[in-house]
Every structure is written in C-alpha cells, then in structure tokens.
Design a protein around this ligand. Sequence first.
Ligand code: GDP
Ligand code: IMO
Ligand code: MG
Length: 431
Amino acid sequence: MANVVVVGSQWGDEGKGKIVDWLSERADVVVRFQGGHNAGHTLVVDGNVYKLSLLPSGVVRNKLSIIGNGVVFDPHAFVAEVAKLRGQGVEITPDNLKIAENTALILSLHRELDGFREDAASNSGTKIGTTRRGIGPAYEDKVGRRGIRVMDLADLDTLPAKVDRLLTHHNALRKGLGHEEVEHEAIMQELTSVASEVLPYMDRVWKVLDDSRKAGERILFEGAQGTLLDIDHGTYPFVTSSNTVAGQAAAGSGIGPGALSYVLGITKAYTTRVGEGPFPTEQVNEIGEFLGTRGHEFGVVTGRKRRCGWFDAVLVRQAVAVNGIKGIALTKLDVLDGLDEIRVCTGYMLDGEKIDYLPASQGAQARVQPVYETLEGWKETTAGARSWNDLPAQAVKYVRHIEELIGAPVALLSTSPERDDTILVTDPFQD
Ligand code: GDP
Ligand code: IMO
Ligand code: MG
C-alpha cells in the first residue's frame, strides 16, 4: 500500500495545500509532521477559498486529519482556526481530527521572543524575516527539554513546576533583552483556559497511524514550508526551525520510514521566497512584478509580498536528491502564459567556476550567480487546462525540459488555484 509524502521543493508556497486537498480524495488519513501555523495553505473549491495554517488540508474533505508530534502547536491559534473553518461549513470533531499527545506547545512568550528578536535584528540588518509566530523559540524549548507539551494540559498537578522551569529560562532571557518578566500565573491561565478545547482531540497518534497502516489505509503526509527552508538543508540561517524534508514525515508522526513509499515534490514553475536570505534567480524588475501580480504572490500568513524570480533547476534538483522525490506536482504554469521568453537557471558561477549545486555556506550562497538558458514562451493560455492535450506545444516543451533538468518526472500539473484544474499524469498512490 502506497503512502505519499508531500513536500515543498523550493522556499515554500509552491501550492502544497491545493495538491494535498486534491490528493486527499484518494487518501484515508492526512498528517502534518512539522512546522506550525507559520504555514499558509490556500485551497479553492468551487470558488470557495479556505486558508489553513495549522490544520491538515484533509479536514476540508472530512478525512481523518492528524497533527503529529513534529509540529509546534499554538493552542489559541488552533481554537481560532477551528472556529473559522467551522464558520465556512467544515466539520471538525475529535472523530476526524487528532493531535499527538507529545506535541510541543507554542506559548505567548515564544511569539513575543520571536518578535523581540526580529525587531532588534531589523535595527542591525540581520533579521530572518520570520512569520513572528513563535516557531523558532518553541522548537528551541522542545530541544532544550523544557517545553510544555499537549499532554501536560491534562496533568494540572505537574504543570506549575514545568511552567517554573520554563520561566527561569525565559525571564532571564527577557531581562537581558530589556523586556518585562512573565508572571507564572499568566502562563498558567493561558494554558488552563484552553485545555478543555484541546484535550478532546488529544490521542496516541503513533498508535492511530500504526492501526491505519495495518488496516491497509492510505496515509498522506502534508509537509509545510519547503526544502530550502529546512533547518539543515536550507539557506541557513535564513530558514525555519524544523526539518521540512520528507524524512521528517516518519519522526514527526511516529511511523517507520518504510511506510513512506512515494515522495511528491510540489514545485512552482518559477520561484518565490518570503523573508530574507539568498535567492539567486530573483528578479527585482518588471519580470518579478509580472510574476508577483499574475501569481498573486502575497503571503497567506503575514500578507507580505513574495519575492519572485525564474525557475531554478539547481535548487529543485538538489531537493529531488535530499527528499528522495519520485515525482513532482508542477504548479502555476499558467502564470507564465504570454511571456515572450522564459529563463531557467541550470547552474551557478561561484568565484569564476561553474558549479551545479547550491553551496552550503552563507557567504558562497550569497555570491553565486545564476547561469540561464532561455526558452521560447507561449501566447496561448494554459490556465484551467484539464488535459495534457489542451497545453500549447511550447508549454509542453517547457515542462519536459524541467523534468530533464531536475531528474524527476511530472506526476501532476496544476493550472489554476481551483481544485479540479489539475492534470493527473501518474497517481502517486498507485506508483
Ligand atoms: P502552499 O503554502 O504551498 O500551500 O502554497 P500557498 O497556498 O501559500 O500559495 C500558493 C498560491 O497559489 C495559493 O494562492 C493557491 O491558491 C495558488 N495556486 C495553487 N496552484 C496554482 C496554479 O496552478 N495556478 C495558479 N494561478 N495559482 C495556483
Ligand atoms: P508554507 O507552508 C513560505 C519563512 C519565513 C521566514 C522563515 C522563518 O505556506 O509554504 P518562521 O516563522 O518559520 O521562523 O520563519 O521561513 N516561512 C515560510 N515561507 N511559506 C511558508 O510556509 C513559510 N513558513 C515560514 O518567511 O523567511
Ligand atoms: Mg503558503
């Protein structure tokens, strides 16, 4: 039985939400395994727009949706998102949504620390451009073994000591940064006030997944962010604080890696990035403006304008390798409709030498210069195409060329934000 892992192969916002929603029709279970509500996944179903940050995109189809232990979970953001989606008619109950008991929590002090650091860094020109959701600080506390976890909400006797331990660390930090200390009572109140809204969803997720796997059900793992934002493999330090690569699907949900059979890399037909950091093919010119306007490239979470540029085959080829991507879902091809020429980066120049990979060091990443190939564009429209035969010959040529450059085939092709404007080439669940 095939289980599918969906990951972003660039800097996020590749269209993972749309593809996960489309694929989840074929799945029984949809699992988030890293990240938190820094993610922003947009689904469009018959003109209705759903924006998800923390909940797996499978909830919209009423599939069993799971928040795995690799996620950092803001309970108040969770309650707000559930209410918003219920308002849109999505059914969310403890029967169709489960949260791993060992998931680390994001608290207000994490969000504040994220903001304090970004503000301070803005003045010194070293900011990351985070989503200010407290993602990094929450992962720091998890790895530092002082985090509060979902299960702790059910054990009010041991909670005060855990909060004390956490505050010893945070109040020292806050004092050092010149901010007021946090009261023990305030954090206790923040946690106890939300416990009854979270605990009904808490479950032994590794067991739920083990049962599901044994029953032969299909599990779809929904990655957030993208490979170049991975804490190890990305453009460090301009990354998020989790492993975003496919291998994390196992550790971040409690299933063996042997259960992950098909890795689908979601890949935009050009490149975007939100926040600071290197971006070799960025176009700060009318091309970048064209892509941003045509592609509606504004962040779902922060509303920030996304930086835009040409397709970078070097990065995606590297993402294919580090994730074990078997096939890609190519999205937003329609955004390129009407361009006279389309450029694709096939390698870099670094200090006078041609290289075919993204170097690991921050300095070298900032220095690489893209080497482009120029392809002819197409005048016809691909927007809304639902069959391969509807695509202009030149668009097919572009797609075939990308496949060759990255060393992976196109399994799905997306031609608009709408759920059904999707062309299936190879079914990841059957392959
Ligand atoms: P995610 O974070 O990877 O889920 O991606 P986002 O939802 O943040 O950003 C992708 C945006 O592109 C969303 O607004 C989608 O509705 C939209 N989108 C997805 N696929 C396509 C496509 O094939 N064509 C166009 N024009 N828009 C798309
Ligand atoms: P989806 O799932 C694009 C970026 C932020 C910042 C960096 C660190 O929608 O693809 P963080 O708040 O995670 O500490 O910020 O990572 N970032 C994203 N960029 N899409 C996302 O998610 C992102 N999640 C985080 O802009 O540069
Ligand atoms: Mg997004």
